[in-house]
Ligand binder design. Structure first.
Ligand code: UDP
Length: 416
């Protein structure tokens, strides 16, 4: 178990970026919770959306007076191989965990629960399936929230049967969307919270387009030819093959098009990425205009920002997506995203108003070409996209939703 070192962020820093009423709501909710010890636990300190959120949310919780901490599991590859399988099964991939896999999963969770028994908290927030069963052997993991970030809408009954005995032990279960809820769960204990991005971090602060294009030039991108980008872990649910196919079709009409796929392999809990990347590289073949990036030293937050700010079109061709922070990040930069009609992508993008939703490679290629050819349309959709994010998906809104939930849990504890 590793504790992530973080500073605190003042809520005041968000004034002017979000509505004043939202800041006032957060201040009001925070007052009675000052001093509350909140512990977040997740699988990895880098790579993927959960780490991205906690890196900003925990300092902001501290900024309003909570004693918030972020703990990360330190486990071995065998554990993460099983948890990635479980992640895929929860997202609807057919199959089950073998008894050997279940044993690895549960044994590691017992060890983590023993480590956690030494940690003091007033409220626990356990993120995603990797540490879900810690509640079973921990002496008293209450009050607690299980925060599920993934799209569980098509998960099989067999997999639900496996996880439900753990899920039901939590005091509250938080999903991103109503369609992700397991039908067996008590509705009174179930909540929905939208993830959010942080407009104050290097990845999301405004950058000048020309400066960004120069930075991308250093990474091998031609500065004057059109660029389409997908920023995503190399994961089958993000449909990287479909992205390449859509680029190839679009290129038949826009002959100088380039493609960038940015998928830095920083997530400890995603050992599958190496295999997927090999397949993607083979599919890309010898096309010198397909640029693949996997190294954190080469593509950090500033470079991701540059790709999301200065590409002509950003795609997120997911076929399953809990939320899709990459969509939010790009929309915040005033670019319309061409997104697969899946889970959280379809909630963020209003088709034809703040971007485009697509159901196939052909449609994806058509929308890429449309946005490349009609720059006024791209600009109009991009402006609407930014405002949509401002109103719904910036960090103070997420903080407000957590604080409301904490108030309920603290009230329950007092009553008990
Ligand atoms: N990300 C990144 N570099 C990469 C790929 C992704 O920094 O090469 C970040 C991305 O900017 C976003 C997060 O990782 O903040 C991915 O979150 P998302 O919700 O889109 O997907 P997840 O990986 O959680 O499935």
């Amino acid at each position: 178990m590793e504790s992530i070192a973080l500073a605190s962020t003042s809520l005041d820093a968000y004034r002017g970026l979000v509505r004043d009423e939202l800041i006032a709501d957060v201040e009001r909710l925070a007052r009675p919770l000052r001093g509350l010890r909140v512990v977040h636990l997740n699988a990895t300190p880098t790579g993927g959306g959960v780490a991205e959120i906690l890196r900003s949310l925990v300092p902001l919780m501290r900024g309003i007076g909570l004693r918030a901490d972020w703990l990360v599991l330190s486990r071995d590859l065998a554990f993460f191989a099983v948890t990635k399988r479980l992640h895929n099964l929860l997202q609807g991939k057919p199959g089950e965990l073998s008894s050997g896999e279940q044993e690895v999963f549960l044994r590691h969770n017992e060890l983590m629960a023993a480590e956690l028994a030494r940690v003091v908290a007033d409220v626990w927030v356990i993120h995603d399936p990797q540490p879900l069963p810690v509640i079973a052997t921990h002496p008293n993991l209450h009050p607690s929230i299980w925060r599920c970030h993934i799209d569980t809408s098509t998960c099989s009954a067999a997999i639900r049967d496996f996880v439900l005995p753990f899920v039901t032990q939590y005091d509250r279960v938080v999903f991103t969307l109503p369609e992700y809820v397991f039908p067996e769960l008590d509705r009174e204990k179930t909540l929905f919270i939208s993830p959010a991005i942080d407009p104050l971090v290097a990845k999301n602060i405004p950058v000048d387009r020309e400066v960004a294009r120069r930075l991308l030039h250093k990474l091998g991108i031609h500065p004057r030819r059109p660029l389409v980008t997908q920023v995503s872990r190399f994961d089958p649910w993000k449909d990287p093959m479909g992205v390449i196919d859509a680029y190839r079709r679009a290129r038949q009409r826009v002959s100088d098009l380039q493609l960038a796929m940015v998928g830095v392999m920083a997530a400890q809990d995603d050992p599958e990425a190496v295999t997927v990347f090999d397949e993607v590289r083979r599919h890309a073949g010898s096309d010198a205009d397909i640029h693949l990036y996997t190294q954190a030293l080469q593509v950090g937050d500033i470079e991701v920002n540059a790709f999301q700010s200065a590409s002509e079109v950003v795609v997120q061709k997911s076929i399953r997506e809990g939320f899709g922070l990459t969509v939010t990040e790009t929309m915040w930069k005033g670019l319309p995203v061409v997104g697969g009609r899946a889970g959280g992508v379809a909630v963020q993008i209003r088709d034809g108003e703040t971007g485009f939703l697509v159901d196939s490679v052909e449609e994806c290629a058509d929308r890429i070409v449309l946005l490349l050819q009609d720059r006024d349309l791209a600009e109009r959709l991009g402006r609407a996209a930014r405002e949509h994010v401002r109103h719904h998906y910036l960090m103070p809104a997420l903080l407000r939703d957590y604080l409301s939930t904490f108030q309920v849990l603290v009230g329950m504890r007092r009553a008990a």
